[in-house]
Design a protein. Structure first.
Length: 183
């Protein structure tokens, strides 16, 4: 069950943040101002224009999904809490941005994209809550990527061995001449 909830939470955060970011970049409002003898003046406003923090929070949600992969234990649970707050912020921002906005000529897009953005934020919040609640039980990354301590210092090199650093350019030049620089 823990591996399944891990994958579902990652997928929820990734898809929700992606949907919120996409919804925030779509047109939420189109205002048309008629001008006598000229074409109408058309002003389009996206979700990022109406509530600029929503796109930022959606991108934080995408980055937080990557952080869920790289962390473990209490730190992963903390990232889950952060993702839940980010998702809630996206929902509040999308609703607040849409409440006082006249969709004008945007049609159904004036309603669909803010709702999609809020839905994406809710999905991120649910994925974050799942990570906060169960993240400490999820599998962690392989230990082969962890930093290993430096090996103990070896005995000094024999007197006849060349221990100077190799000049990379000289090594390539000797390869071009057909010589073996390691000999």
């Amino acid at each position: 069950m823990s591996r399944r909830s891990y994958l579902l939470s990652l997928l929820a955060c990734l898809a929700g943040a992606g949907l919120a970011a996409y919804g925030a970049t779509r047109t939420w409002s189109v205002l048309e101002v008629p001008r006598p003898g000229m074409s109408e003046l058309r002003t389009e406003r996206t979700g990022a224009d109406v509530a600029p923090w929503v796109i930022g929070l959606a991108l934080v949600g995408l980055a937080g999904t990557g952080a869920l992969l790289a962390t473990h234990g209490r730190l992963r649970r903390g990232v889950g809490v952060l993702l839940a707050l980010v998702g809630a912020g996206v929902v509040v921002g999308a609703i607040a941005g849409r409440v006082g906005l006249d969709p004008g000529a945007a049609g159904a897009g004036g309603t669909v994209w803010p709702v999609a953005c809020a839905f994406g934020g809710a999905v991120v919040a649910l994925g974050g809550l799942t990570a906060a609640r169960q993240g400490h039980r999820w599998p962690r990354m392989s230990a082969r990527y962890d930093r290993k301590p430096a090996p103990p210092t070896a005995a000094p090199a024999p007197a006849g061995l060349n221990t100077k650093p190799v000049d990379n350019r000289a090594a390539w030049d000797s390869l071009d001449r057909g010589d073996d620089p390691t000999a």
